[in-house]
Design a protein. Structure first.
Length: 106
């Protein structure tokens, strides 16, 4: 089972609305939507682009490169040109620090 990895201060996320980090060699992104934290691999499944500065509408993130939409809660690909989901990851706050764990190979 992988360990929890510190991504950043919860207060930092409140200011920027999104954080990025590295968990077990994978880029991850953490966002807060309607008060809930979500973490997912920062790699669009269409062509591997990061979601840097990607717009968020409701609970969907829109890839800035070709416009595919993904559900932030589930990772599901909602529109072409992406068809595969992005990996969503467990996220928690411990003593004011946001932590993410990659549980895909537990
Ligand atoms: S790289 Fe994301 S939609 Fe093409």
């Amino acid at each position: 089972m992988s360990d929890w990895t510190d991504i950043g201060a919860a207060a930092e996320l409140d200011a920027s609305q999104r954080l990025e980090g590295d968990v077990d060699g994978y880029r991850v992104r953490v966002v807060r939507v309607s008060g809930t934290l979500y973490a997912f691999e920062d790699r669009c499944t269409h062509d591997d682009s990061p979601f840097e500065d990607a717009p968020i509408e409701d609970c969907e993130i829109i890839c800035p490169r070709h416009g595919a939409r993904f559900c932030i809660r589930t990772g599901a690909a909602l529109t072409a040109p992406a068809y595969e989901p992005v990996a969503t990851l467990p996220v928690r706050v411990e003593n004011g620090v946001i932590q993410v764990r990659d549980n895909r190979w537990d």
